[in-house]
Ligand binder design. Structure first.
Ligand code: PSU
Ligand code: MN
Length: 304
């Protein structure tokens, strides 16, 4: 599964790293285009790549630019993803349509994980996974991240699932979909902006080498057809009372404005960033940085 066909372009650095068996970390681009405000988005995208390098791995930010899937972006391309106004949000099902139309899109966890696996990359860092939305029993709003990860052999480092979601229902779906969930130095499942979502998980690892051991056992057992999630809690969480207050007002606003489909998550994240006067933004940035560092350590440990 080497991505050399004409719709997928891997950067020189990524191709070289793949050929030499160097550790690589895939990074998503939806967080840059639709999850963080300008101008911090570009700054964070650059810093995250630098962190991955400092930890000894090669960063591969993934996005579709003018009909071409890029695995690994140049600085100019990162700038385009952060600042162009025509960057759509693409999940797996949108990828071929965006490519065929020669359009541009940031990739979600679902789409990034798919493309990373196509390119031969097995470790991926994001902020918080998508999942089952509150009220999903009526809206049926469940992120395609879940079904995508049920079909891909990839290790995803995240701060749990977004706290805007129904965390309990999402954990149930992860179980049904045979997606493994392991806490990093905790069995308290993280809640994205919050260190602890209030839900407990069964498994914990304390070291990247333990993740490598799980990865190799997965391949030997053939249970690597779905993803392995490493849930890494943020150290300095948002003020909880403030979090709950902003979430309540955000959900009400989304309902009043009839926000639905793929617009829901970016709408709620933006509401958080505005209503918290940047506190949620600070936490979101901490999350993505610390997940990228851990993902790089895991990628490096996997090569030993
Ligand atoms: N993590 C963040 N910010 C984000 C996302 C994750 O810190 O914006 C993105 C990811 O790309 C994820 C998407 O796949 O939100 C989920 O969107 P939806 O709920 O529409 O599936
Ligand atoms: Mn959705």
């Amino acid at each position: 599964m080497v991505a050399t066909d004409s719709v997928i372009h891997s950067s020189h650095e990524v191709r070289e790293a793949l050929a030499l068996g160097k550790p690589i970390v895939a990074l998503e681009s939806t967080i840059i285009s639709h999850g963080l405000p300008r101008p911090q988005n570009l700054q964070v995208a650059r810093e995250v790549e630098a962190i991955v390098r400092q930890h000894g791995a090669v960063p591969a930010t993934i996005a579709v630019i003018d009909g071409l899937v890029h695995i690994g972006l140049s600085d100019t391309e990162l700038d385009e993803i952060a600042n162009r106004d025509d960057i759509a949000k693409a999940s797996s099902r949108d990828l071929a349509i965006v490519v065929a139309r020669r359009a541009s899109a940031a990739t979600t966890v679902a789409a990034t994980a798919h493309l990373a696996v196509q390119a031969g990359i097995s470790v991926f860092a994001t902020g918080g996974l998508g999942g089952v939305h509150r009220g999903a029993n009526e809206s049926f709003d469940e992120s395609a991240d879940l079904t995508a990860l049920s079909n891909l052999d990839i290790t995803v480092v995240c701060a749990g699932v977004k706290s805007i979601l129904d965390v309990g229902a999402t954990l149930e779906r992860l179980e049904t979909l045979a997606i493994a969930v392991v806490g990093y130095r905790t069995t308290n499942f993280p809640g994205f902006y919050l260190t602890d979502s209030g839900f407990t998980i069964e498994h914990q690892v304390d070291d990247p080498s333990e993740v490598s051991a799980i990865q190799s056992a997965r391949s030997r057992l053939g249970t690597n057809r779905s993803a392995l999630i490493i849930a890494n809690p943020v150290v300095h969480e948002m003020d909880r009372a403030r979090h709950d207050e902003i979430l309540t007002s955000g959900l009400a606003l989304a309902k009043a404005q009839g926000i639905s489909g793929k617009a829901v998550t970016p709408f709620l994240l933006e509401h958080f960033h505005i209503a918290s006067h940047g506190e949620s933004l600070r936490v979101n940035i901490d999350i993505i940085k610390s997940n990228s560092a851990l993902a790089a350590d895991i990628a490096v440990a996997g090569k030993k």
